[in-house]
Design a protein around this ligand. Structure first.
Ligand SMILES: C[S@@+](CC[C@H](N)C(=O)[O-])C[C@H]1O[C@@H](n2cnc3c(N)ncnc32)[C@H](O)[C@@H]1O
Ligand code: SF4
Length: 467
């Protein structure tokens, strides 16, 4: 792609946009002219003798890099690209809406910009606004959250690139020392947070699959949390018990005994053949038994599914949605498959069966209406279906504040365990935050070796919040 322009711009950013959104433009020469007057910005694009232009009121820096964004949008118009998400390419589109709100736009002005400037479809605009309105009921800067990563799973699912290792692989030999190190890390963290008076509003044990922990180790971890972490402000405590093949009644009972109030039990799909194909064990009877047990214990239960798993057709997705109807769940998270570079699937094949987005969207709407659940957080990823996104649905009052805070990057997070991200969020001005991260190694051997040293770095990072 050759770009000739009268305006200084980052050509790489335009090329990256074109690679994903307008690959036809990659081998073209672009002549770009940008003219500004007091009111408007005009962008003219000429490719192979054909000219098109885009005129939009100057938002006076309220839209970041408005000129460059206009070039990208004009590329979509030029090649007649119609995407549900328009020119919104990022992972967190709700943050864009929140930023507009912070800049003083009202919802009807935001709708207009989303539609006329960013070319987002009406349906996605309404989704974004519904989610943001819901999130605003919960966002809370006064607290921090605590994340604990358990980087082990019984088998590695082919589509997954999360920090996790098969418990029976070579890395599994570090399991016992991993648990020991984690117990120490919980103790050091708890003492530090108490000393510095950081208040925690939510705790999340994720991974990997935390229910891979053996019963006695799970008890030690949960006990350590209760002993060292100040739970006085904790509103929710989540334990991902994602896979039925890791569960026992005792593990669920232990979770209950030590204060967990939410669990995830994830089918991903109810088509057993697909689960085999993606290297995930699944026994429907066990799944139902543990679901029943979880409900008896009084947990808020979430289920995760993925739309677009290998070889699944529209009918297969409808089957899974139909099966979900049978479970009385408080939360449901519907993902669309992302081809992640670090996953085995990415290396094998990136073929997709063409899915009927309209039929699936309609079936999801019917399901959530019947189950009285509504969207409360959402995000997108690279390499997903054009119309896709990941949406968390919840019954009113059962929303997970941890999920909201993580997606909105609103609260600071103390991350413990394998691959956990520690993050501080500091307001820079009224519409932008400064975010600094520190990542724990996902490799258990490295984590074990470096935990204490890295703990010091995390303390230093967190102390910046006090300045
Ligand atoms: C960190 S994973 C852990 C959940 C748990 N270990 C399990 O597998 O049930 C969280 C969720 O992300 C989703 N997920 C993982 N990889 C994905 C991918 N490549 N595309 C879309 N969703 C994905 C799955 O639905 C999964 O349940
Ligand atoms: S999807 Fe869950 S169980 Fe599968 S490999 Fe990833 S973290 Fe482990």
């Amino acid at each position: 792609m050759l770009i000739n322009s009268n305006f200084q711009m980052n050509h790489r950013s335009i090329e990256e946009f074109a690679r994903v959104m307008v690959p036809e433009a990659l081998d073209k020469n672009l002549e770009i002219k940008i003219v500004k007057d007091d009111e408007n910005i005009v962008v003219e694009l000429e490719i192979e003798g054909r000219k098109e232009s885009f005129i939009y009121p100057d938002q006076k820096n309220k839209i970041e890099d408005q000129e460059i964004t206009m070039v990208k949008i004009l590329l979509l118009k030029f090649f007649n690209k119609k995407y549900s998400w328009g020119g919104l390419m990022g992972v967190r589109p709700t943050k864009v809406v929140r930023r507009f709100l912070a800049l003083g736009y009202n919802y009807s002005e935001i709708r207009k910009i989303m539609k006329e400037f960013l070319l987002v479809s009406d349906e996605k605009i309404e989704l974004l606004i519904d989610v943001v309105k819901k999130e605003l009921e919960f966002l809370d800067r006064e607290h921090i959250n605590l994340y604990i990563g358990i980087p082990f799973c019984p088998t590695k699912c082919k589509y997954c690139s999360f920090a996790s290792y098969e418990i029976n692989s070579g890395v599994g030999r570090y399991y016992k020392d991993f648990v020991k190190t984690l117990l120490k890390e919980i103790e050091i963290t708890g003492k530090f947070l108490k000393e510095e008076n950081f208040k925690i509003s939510s705790i999340y044990i994720g991974g990997g699959t935390p229910s891979t922990l053996e019963e006695n180790d799970l008890e030690k971890v949960l006990k350590a949390i209760n002993e060292y972490i100040d739970m006085s402000d904790v509103k929710e405590f989540t334990f991902e018990a994602g896979r039925e093949d890791t569960l026992t009644d005792r593990k669920l009972e232990l979770a209950k005994k030590y204060g967990v109030d939410r669990i995830s039990l994830n089918p991903q799909t109810f088509k057993v053949e697909t689960l085999k194909k993606v290297n995930r064990k699944f026994d429907r009877d066990n799944f139902e038994r543990y679901f029943k047990k979880a409900k008896e214990l009084g947990f808020i239960v979430n289920m995760d599914i993925i739309v677009g798993l290998p070889d699944e057709t529209t009918e297969d997705v409808l089957y899974t949605l139909g099966e979900l109807e049978k479970f009385d769940i408080e939360n449901l998270t519907i993902h669309t498959l992302a081809f992640k570079r670090a996953s085995n699937l990415f290396k094998e094949s990136q073929e997709r069966v063409r899915l009927d987005g309209e039929i699936i969207t309609k079936a999801i709407k019917e399901l959530i209406t019947k189950k009285k659940i509504s969207p409360y957080y959402m995000y997108r990823q690279k390499n997903i279906i054009e119309w896709g996104e990941n949406i968390g649905y919840s019954k009113a009052g059962c929303e997970s504040v941890f999920n909201i805070e993580m997606i909105e990057e609103n609260q600071s997070t103390m991350g413990l365990g394998g691959g956990a991200i520690t993050k501080i969020v500091v307001p820079e001005n009224e519409y932008r935050d400064y975010i600094e991260r520190y990542v724990n190694p996902k490799d258990p051997a490295l984590y074990i070796r470096e935990m204490e040293e890295r703990m010091e770095a995390k303390k230093t990072l967190f102390l910046k919040l006090k300045k």
